[in-house]
Design a protein around this ligand. Structure first.
Ligand SMILES: Cc1cc2nc3c(=O)[nH]c(=O)nc-3n(C[C@H](O)[C@H](O)[C@H](O)COP(=O)(O)OP(=O)(O)OC[C@H]3O[C@@H](n4cnc5c(N)ncnc54)[C@H](O)[C@@H]3O)c2cc1C
Length: 408
């Protein structure tokens, strides 16, 4: 881990976007159960986010965005996640990960192309995982063959967040030159918006998963059959394609910080609900808040949320100190692993405090519990993240190399 300047939450930045998300939060809270039950994507929330300048708030001002830092985005994500996990997820995808990769590594034309799509509400999707390449992502088989000024992509990705509603897709594939030599893993930008006539041939959604939580967010399988992508839609990272996967994953770290922040925000929201209920509900002639067994649970929950927030905001801020302008990889792995595990415990304990009421749908706890469960899996499982952290602490190499090549 790099030496970092000290971090203090007492020095949090002014954040003009916080008042905007707080103004929208009551409506998001009211609608959250709707998307959970209908399994529909929350287009009205997207419209509100775009109207408030929160879609693409991290995009630099010269491309029409707000120029927000990752720390400012994280603060907004926490606020949204307290009430609606789905909305918080959209915020992360519209400000971290794929779009930050385009803004950092994209050509001028790619930036000018991608920014308005996101600002108008078209969240990007990152397409890495394949049926036979999950944690071992570098074992992906999707390939892009060079043919003149185009790339021909063939393969299958699954568990792609927002598959079917996303407009901009960053597809990771093995790039093969015309002589059949593998160049490395590249990121290819594919725009899909059927309403606007962007319906690329060979790009197909072949399945939607039925998930336990975050039910309004489609998780889809995508198939590419001779999908043609123009050469100028290949994201060229600074060190060339051999290091392409590693550099694209550096950008992906911001998405990991976002995912950890969502889980922390859901836990903070659950803690708020628990506080309210312990003061209001009476048993044995006194408020639940007076029972020491529950007080100790509350103290642990508060500590877990606080520690998660400190780690996440610290790594979000590390982007301002790092030369590549992205959050530190090891700090991101540590913070996401910690926050995602803590959040499951915090939400579960909050649900417990409501007794039967927590198990039913009069309160949002059961939905929050289902929603938060995924963050120890999606975006890198806790086992893989902890392997990275342990590798850093012990000074040994993790199994998976970061450039897409196995080392003997
Ligand atoms: C809701 C959701 C959204 C997602 N969104 C996206 C997306 O938008 N884009 C995308 O590309 N992918 C996405 N994913 C996929 C996600 O990144 C993968 O699920 C994840 O990387 C794990 O891969 P896997 O599911 O194939 O599990 P596997 O890799 O098969 O792992 C199975 C289990 O074994 C463990 N394991 C594997 N290898 C090791 C090891 N070396 N040491 C210790 N334990 C190990 C894992 O931790 C896990 O517990 C999403 C997943 C979910 C659940």
């Amino acid at each position: 881990m790099n030496e970092q300047p000290s971090f203090s939450t007492y020095a949090l930045p002014d954040n003009p976007w916080l008042s905007r998300i707080r103004a929208l939060a009551p409506a998001f809270a009211e609608r959250a159960a709707t998307w959970d039950q209908s399994r529909e994507y929350c287009w009205p929330n997207v419209k509100d986010l775009a109207g408030a300048g929160l879609m693409g708030m991290s995009i630099p001002r010269e491309y029409g965005g707000g120029g927000a830092t990752f720390l400012q985005v994280a603060q907004v994500v926490e606020e949204a996640a307290r009430t609606c996990t789905l909305t918080a997820r959209i915020l992360v995808e519209a400000n971290m990960g794929g779009i930050s990769a385009v803004m950092a590594y994209g050509s001028e034309a790619q930036r000018r192309f991608a920014a308005p799509i996101v600002l108008a509400g078209g969240k990007p999707a990152i397409c890495i995982t394949e049926p036979e390449a999950g944690s071992a992502a570098t074992e992906m088989t999707t390939r892009a063959d060079k043919k003149g000024d185009r790339w021909i992509i063939n393969g299958c990705k699954h568990w792609i967040t927002g598959g079917g509603v996303s407009k901009l897709h960053l597809i990771f594939a093995r790039a093969i030159d015309e002589g059949g030599t593998e160049l490395g893993i590249g990121g290819f930008l594919v725009y899909v918006d059927k309403d606007k006539g962007a319906d690329p041939k060979g790009f197909e959604i072949t399945r939607r998963e039925r998930t336990m939580g975050l039910c309004g967010m489609p998780e889809a399988e995508l198939r590419f059959t001779d999908l043609e992508v123009a050469d100028d839609m290949l994201l060229r990272t600074p060190s060339g394609m051999k290091r392409g996967f590693a550099e694209l994953m550096t950008a992906y770290n911001s998405q990991r910080v976002g995912a950890g922040t969502i889980s922390m925000g859901v836990a903070a929201g659950a803690l708020d609900h628990a506080k309210r209920y312990l003061l209001e509900r009476e048993q044995f002639g006194r408020p639940l808040a007076e029972f020491q067994g529950l007080q100790w649970m509350i103290a642990d929950m508060d500590a877990m949320v606080h520690a998660s927030r400190l780690m996440l905001f610290e790594v979000a801020q590390s982007a301002e100190w790092n030369s590549n302008r992205f959050p530190d990889m090891m700090m991101a792995a540590r913070a996401k692993a910690f926050a995602s595990e803590c959040s499951i415990k915090v939400v579960n304990d909050a649900l417990q405090m409501f007794g039967a009421r927590g198990y039913g749908d009069l309160e949002p706890l059961e939905r929050m519990y289902r929603d938060v469960r995924m963050f120890t899996i999606g975006g890198g499982t806790v086992q893989i993240l902890k392997t990275q952290v342990a590798g850093s602490v012990l000074g040994i190499k993790p199994l998976q190399t970061r450039d897409g090549y196995k080392q003997s």
